[in-house]
Design a protein around this ligand. Structure first.
Ligand code: NI
Ligand code: MN
Length: 225
């Protein structure tokens, strides 16, 4: 599969048959000014929780692509009330989209929608495709629930928040990778705002020391797994 980093925690995942956008926050992200919403093509938009830095561009992109919003019950229903196609889930549930199986896992965080509507439980996602499992943490603290992910399967690649202050920082992200038994990690939720600037040298060093490959992605760049 391929993934393109669109800034903050937003990625376009391209599986053979399925294009899934996750947590779009582009228009109001100065670092992602080069990304044009019109250039994004997807059939589904996954939202980990209701915070504005994860959902801000979901409505516009969903309307343009006639895409289905997939999220926890409260977040999905909120978009449904705007007349968008939506698929509600909740923690622990699964969904198959073409060639991808998506399972929701626990994230330890909070969730409220931009207008103050309660956003329900925040989520992480496991993607299974062609015998490989990918883990997308969403916004979360380090939690023992990550041990469960390591027991299901070995995550081939993990996308982990590590900007600190609002989520775990890079030291806990190393521990998270170890708990989910993953040797390849892509950083997310860093550098967008001053409080979450990532110490690149220190984070690379911490992952190197643990024998885990860390990719600090560049906005607009596409990577292959
Ligand atoms: Ni959040
Ligand atoms: Mn966030």
């Amino acid at each position: 599969m391929k993934y393109t980093y669109l800034g903050h925690s937003c990625f376009l995942f391209e599986f053979e048959l399925t294009k899934i956008l996750i947590d779009p926050f582009i228009t109001h992200n100065a670092a992602a000014a080069e990304i044009k919403l019109e250039s994004i093509a997807c059939s589904h938009i996954l939202l980990s929780h209701g915070h504005v830095d994860h959902v801000a561009d979901a409505e516009a992109i969903a309307r343009k692509n006639n895409a289905v919003i997939v999220a926890g019950y409260e977040v999905a229903s909120w978009f449904g009330s705007k007349g968008l196609q939506h698929h509600p889930m909740n923690t622990g549930g699964s969904l198959s989209i073409n060639d991808v199986r998506i399972k929701t896992v626990n994230a330890v965080h909070s969730s409220v929608l931009p207008d103050g509507t309660h956003g329900g439980s925040p989520l992480g996602f496991l993607f299974t495709h062609a015998g490989k499992t990918l883990y997308y943490s969403g916004d979360t603290a380090l939690t023992m629930d990550m041990e469960l992910i390591g027991r299901y399967d070995t995550a081939h690649h993990s996308f982990l928040c590590m900007g600190d202050q609002f989520t775990m920082g890079y030291e806990d992200a190393v521990r998270a990778a170890q708990m989910v038994k993953c040797n390849h990690v892509t950083a997310m939720h860093f550098d967008t705002f001053p409080p979450i600037v990532l110490d690149r040298a220190a984070s690379q060093q911490a992952f190197d020391k643990a024998g885990i490959t860390l990719t600090i992605p560049e906005i607009g760049k596409t990577y292959t797994i």
